[in-house]
Design a protein around this ligand. Structure first.
Ligand code: TRP
Length: 449
């Protein structure tokens, strides 16, 4: 039987893409930077960036993918006579590979904490902040456990990809995304009903324009792109799977809105509890792996349950994102070789896991190995946050706005003239002028910082 290379329904397509977008970025990074850069003030800027730029980039990738029915490199090559644009596709494959390898490390830590919530390790750490931090430091810099957990997680991702586009990705997303919403809502209810929860809500939402610095605005833009998984070719691949009669504009809006809503819910699940239990919010891994276990342990035995729910939520979010990353590499390799989907998936499972292990070890035993003064993990973190994604996004949007034929774009967005596209004039301006300029600012400031 020939493998079905498209999603079976609009809802399946939306669930899969929301699965890609909702990841570690929503659950721990968004809440933290939102609080840090002025709460409500940051939120306004973030919403503008997400809807005016993020969704435009997403629609461009969908158009490129669905029109060409190819993976990134061939997609660019088939839509323009100038074959050099293929390089943007190549860059996106490199980006996806490094993001996946790094993502696996964090996902492995999350898997460990799911297990630690079940076997009582998290609970046994009590409410001593020092004990929890040193447990995290000891675990994450270890050799075997992080690697073992990484491999377990990565194998689960592989199994889903081997299931295929409909039976694997689509079906798993259709189950896991509603489940994820349920988990985050349960946590929100708990968090918001704790005494003194209001302080956390205030931290997240009350607008403080004095904290909204230039750095904060850049962070909002970077986060908007990262959170929607745009500018990396993943949405080109998923775009090629979107049913031909779906409205790409509506699809992109649903995904953008869901991704943003889940990020806000995650903030409401985290900060009211953090403040209510008398802790300070921290940034980076410290927030979820050190502060939150502290918070859960102040809740007594119910805390064990909430700890499990929280880390499961994080693991599910990471899983559907990792699935879209491995799928991008798999589909790309299968298109360029004769080895087929399954073999491609296995090859990239091994490659990304091997690099993931290398990055994991660079947090611990190999921390002496440095590239431009950074450990391998910090180096790839920089590549993945500051350099590669905005560069790929810029290449994609310039191609879309200035190289690809406008007739094709209009035809694809309107499903051959059958849909209304009143948004088009604004969309076109955003895609041709605003988005490239904004991305250039991000890239230049990234280099200068
Ligand atoms: N959007 C994901 C998150 O919020 C991370 C991510 C960035 C991603 N680029 C991606 C996931 C590409 C899948 C594919 O955590």
């Amino acid at each position: 039987m020939k493998e079905q290379k498209s999603f079976s329904s609009s809802i399946g397509a939306i669930m899969a893409a929301v699965g890609s977008a909702v990841g570690l970025g929503n659950i721990w990074r968004f809440p933290y930077i939102c609080g840090k850069y002025g709460g409500g003030a940051f939120l306004i800027v973030y919403l503008l960036f997400v809807f005016l730029l993020g969704s435009v980039l997403m629609m461009s990738e969908f158009v490129i993918g669905r029109r060409s029915q190819h993976t990134p490199m061939k997609a660019f090559a088939s839509l323009s006579p100038k074959k050099g644009w293929m390089l943007v596709g190549a860059l996106s494959i490199v980006t996806v590979f490094f993001i996946l390898s790094q993502y696996l490390v964090l996902a492995g830590w999350t898997t460990e904490y799911v297990w630690d919530s079940v076997n009582g390790t998290v609970a046994s750490l009590g409410t001593d902040a020092g004990a929890i931090s040193s447990y995290f430091a000891q675990f994450s810099t270890g050799t075997w456990m992080p690697v073992l957990m990484l491999v377990i997680f990565s194998a689960i991702v592989l199994v889903v990809i081997l299931g295929g586009v409909q039976k694997g990705i689509e079906n798993v997303s259709k189950i896991l995304m509603p489940f994820l919403v349920l988990l985050v809502v349960v946590l929100c209810v708990r968090s918001l009903t704790l005494p003194g929860a209001g302080k956390g809500v205030e931290y997240l939402f009350s607008p403080d324009f004095s904290k909204l610095t230039a750095e904060g605005i850049l962070a909002a833009l970077g986060q908007a792109l990262f959170s929607l998984s745009v500018g990396m070719g993943t949405m080109i691949v998923y775009g090629s799977y979107i049913p031909l009669n779906d409205n790409l504009f509506k699809t992109a809006m649903w995904i953008t809105a869901s991704d943003t809503l889940i990020a806000i819910l995650a903030g409401l699940a985290i900060f009211p509890a953090v403040f209510s239990c008398g802790f300070d919010p921290a940034g980076g891994p410290g927030l979820v792996y050190c502060v939150l276990p502290n918070v859960f342990n102040t809740m007594g035995s119910a805390g064990t349950v909430f700890s499990f729910i929280f880390f499961l939520l994080l693991a599910v979010a990471a899983l559907t994102s990792a699935i879209s990353l491995l799928e991008t590499l798999t589909a790309w390799f299968a298109e360029h070789t004769r080895v087929g989907r399954k073999t491609s998936a296995v090859i990239f499972f091994f490659l990304s896991t091997a690099f993931g292990i290398l990055f994991s070890l660079s947090v611990g035993p190999m921390s002496g190995v440095k590239v431009i003064g950074l450990t391998l993990f910090d180096f790839v973190d920089r590549l993945n946050s500051i350099y590669l994604p905005p560069l790929t996004a810029l290449g994609t949007i310039i191609f879309f706005g200035w190289v690809m034929k406008e007739d094709l774009i209009k035809d694809e967005l309107s499903n051959h003239g059958t849909l209304k596209t009143g948004y088009y004039p604004l969309f076109r301006i955003l895609a041709r002028f605003v988005a490239p300029l904004a991305l250039m600012v991000v890239i230049i400031s990234g280099i200068l910082m």
